[in-house]
Ligand binder design. Structure first.
Ligand code: ADP
Ligand code: ZN
Length: 647
């Protein structure tokens, strides 16, 4: 098999992403590799593809014990023989994995770094053919990185203990020059090929907001994104709990994650989010390392992180499957003061001397300053990030809040005057929904006599509501209580009396996104819903999160291509041979049923079913066996065989 065949067969992807192929090649040639790639760029494929092409088993060293199970689960879903060992396994489970290793049952083994120092594990490895070693989250080896793990210092010694040295590769998403040097030295990479791949993620739309009231802003943002899944990052545990409670009180399906929650609850909440049972995850930065939930459509930062590395890593959890997604930072000056305080009062790092600590503090303050500049500058946001990571960037990207400001502004001066005047005339005692309905001309009773009645009836209801929420967010209106009773504010006069022009940045800026974004044509909603149902059904039957069956990007591609045969299905991004076999017929049936509008009546025969029927016929199976296999009645089977002139 070639590397491209492996990519197609096991992952269902047509081509390598930028940067992946040279790394695969280097590892196939037996070279050491240092790879710096942003979160979501696709690092795993870089070592997994060579692992499947080279004889023996690949060792992946990863600090994310709690997530190894999911990572291995995803591989197994793709038909790749993989396993993991860490302290969460029982002794019996461990011996099973070790026996499997000895008999060559696995192509990829995930291990926690602590295990590398165990003599028994070293002995076992000495007897194995190891195809390559991949060190994931390699910055953990450096005290200058963000998540120093002393156990990572064992890696070099472990590699030296092997009778034959396999190629060693190190992967990380964030690395300054200093950390890169540490990785090379401390993992003892030998003459590595170094790759730093483009940090740009064209499908992410960046924006910064500086609202007076972050809670109101958050509500307004989320009310436009009710159907989507997203993460809200907060700086502290307390703030996680407050924001999560607040969102739940307002009827959002939110859950929380931070290191202070009991392990069981944390796991449960994480699963609720991963399995799409909850839409919003409110979390500290403890959540997300190694999480590959692909349908995260937005990441909102409720407080500003203390540096751009952290911000980009967390924001980068949006849009992992290449679909358009948003990264929104809610900024307040106070955020800077708090971070400054935390840096100046941080626990001293015992391993560093006084001078080094001082240097570290200075570096942290410098990073904070860069982050603040990002949050407050009017320049292209994507450009600021890319330049921070040492990349070249144009003046405007056309895909961030700052680049779109001014061009995509929506003049709402007139509607704002009408809405405020309606609030004033009706006595400032009506809920938002009623004010909206008066302007839309759908309110009833004495409200019909209002002078503002029906003035905005040409506009879609969602737009009128969006304008109202925008006015609240900007302080031109006040909203109180659950019913959102609207009242005027001090600032209302600017609109009502001073007739100030008001403009709103519309959220439908998708068209303006930078090149390379996945296609934007609206998918067929009905079909998408049907496909999602099929996906949930399969996911709950197999007890895996829905995105492990197919990602949202794959469902969107299915909607676009509407495949009818297995061959056509294979051209859909994210469908490889293994998934084709496992889920192909279910999804083809869903599409066929939808296309012929017979989802409730008799199911039409899909090409896939016909092939299976023919095979079964030539294998001399009985009609009853065929009926069971295809989940159809025996009479349907007989009828179909007759139609095909087989009986
Ligand atoms: P990283 O480890 O760099 O954060 P992952 O390896 O988890 O990123 O990959 C991120 C997402 O991109 C995953 O959903 C993965 O399946 C997808 N992906 C990786 N390579 C490709 C590719 N060549 N084509 C399409 N999607 C890809
Ligand atoms: Zn821009």
């Amino acid at each position: 098999m070639t590397k491209l065949e492996v990519l197609r067969r096991f992952y269902g992807y047509d081509s390598f992403r930028p940067g992946q192929e040279p790394i695969v090649d280097a590892l196939l040639e037996g070279r050491d590799v240092l790879c710096v790639m942003p979160t979501g760029a696709g690092k795993s494929v870089c070592y997994q593809v060579p692992a499947l092409l080279k004889p023996g088993v690949a060792l992946v060293i990863s600090p994310l014990i709690s997530l190894m199970k999911d990572q291995v689960g995803a591989l197994v879903q793709n038909g790749i023989r993989a396993a993991y060992v860490n302290s969460s396994l029982t002794a019996a489970q461990q011996s099973r994995v070790f026996a499997g290793l000895a008999s060559g049952a696995y192509r990829i083994l995930y291990v926690a770094p602590e295990r590398l120092s165990l003599e028994s594990f070293r002995q076992l490895c000495a007897g194995l053919q190891i195809s390559l070693i991949a060190v994931d989250e390699a910055h953990c080896v450096s005290q200058w990185g963000q998540d120093f793990r002393p156990s990572y210092l064992q890696i070099a010694d472990f590699v030296r203990s092997l009778p034959v040295r396999p190629p060693v590769s190190a992967f990380t998403a964030t690395a300054t020059a200093r950390v890169k040097r540490d990785i090379e030295e401390l993992v003892e990479l030998r003459d590595p090929i170094r790759f730093t791949t483009g940090f740009d993620r064209p499908n992410l739309f960046f924006s910064v907001r500086t609202p007076e009231d972050k809670d109101a802003e958050l509500l307004s943002l989320l009310s436009h994104r009710k159907e989507q899944h997203g993460i809200v990052y907060c700086a502290t545990r307390k703030s996680v709990e407050e924001v999560c409670d607040f969102l739940c009180e307002h009827g959002f399906s939110a859950t929380a994650y931070h290191a202070g929650l009991p392990a069981e609850e944390r796991r449960q909440n994480q699963d609720d989010f991963l399995y799409d049972r909850k839409n919003v995850m409110v979390a500290t930065n403890a959540f997300g390392m190694g999480i590959d939930k692909s349908n995260v459509s937005y990441v909102i930062h409720y407080q500003m992180p203390k540096n751009i590395e952290n911000y980009y890593q967390e924001a980068g959890r949006a849009g992992r499957d290449g679909s358009p997604a948003e990264c929104i930072l809610l900024f307040a000056k106070r955020d800077v003061q708090i971070s400054r305080y935390l840096i100046l009062n941080a626990e001293p790092n015992e391993a560093l001397d006084e001078k080094e600590q001082e240097e570290l503090r200075k570096r942290d303050l410098w990073r904070l300053k860069q982050m603040k500049e990002y949050a407050t500058s009017g320049d292209c946001l994507r450009g600021s990030i890319l330049r921070y990571f040492g990349e070249h960037a144009g003046k405007e990207c056309g895909g961030c809040g700052n680049c779109c400001r001014g061009t995509e502004l929506y003049n709402i001066t007139l509607p704002s005057q009408m809405l405020l005047s309606c609030v004033a005339r009706t006595g400032q005692c009506l809920p938002l929904a009623v004010i909206r309905d008066v302007l839309l001309g759908v309110a009833t009773g004495e409200l019909e006599a209002q002078t503002t009645f029906g003035l905005l009836k040409e506009d879609p209801p969602a737009t009128v509501e969006e304008i109202l929420r925008f006015l609240i967010g900007e302080g031109y209106l006040a909203s109180s209580g659950e019913e959102e009773i609207l009242a005027l504010t001090e600032r209302s006069a600017e609109i009502l009396r001073q007739r100030k022009p008001i403009a709103m940045l519309r959220h439908n800026t998708q068209k303006k996104r930078a090149a390379g974004t996945a296609e934007q044509d609206a998918p067929d909603e009905g079909l998408l819903r049907a496909l999602k149902e099929t996906r949930s059904r399969i996911a709950s039957k197999r007890r895996v999160p829905p995105y492990l069956v197919f990602t949202d990007a794959t469902l969107a591609d299915l909607c676009r291509k509407k495949p009818r045969t297995a061959e056509e299905l294979l051209t859909v991004s994210g469908v490889g041979l293994v998934k084709l076999e496992q889920y192909g017929s279910a999804f083809l049936q869903t599409i066929a049923a939808y296309e012929s509008g017979t989802s409730d009546g008799e199911r039409p025969w899909t090409a896939m079913e016909d092939t299976q029927l023919l095979d079964a016929f030539y294998e001399e199976r009985t009609v009853l066996q065929m009926a069971r296999m295809l989940a159809r009645s025996t009479s349907e089977i007989t009828k179909r065989l007759r139609e095909k002139h087989l009986i």
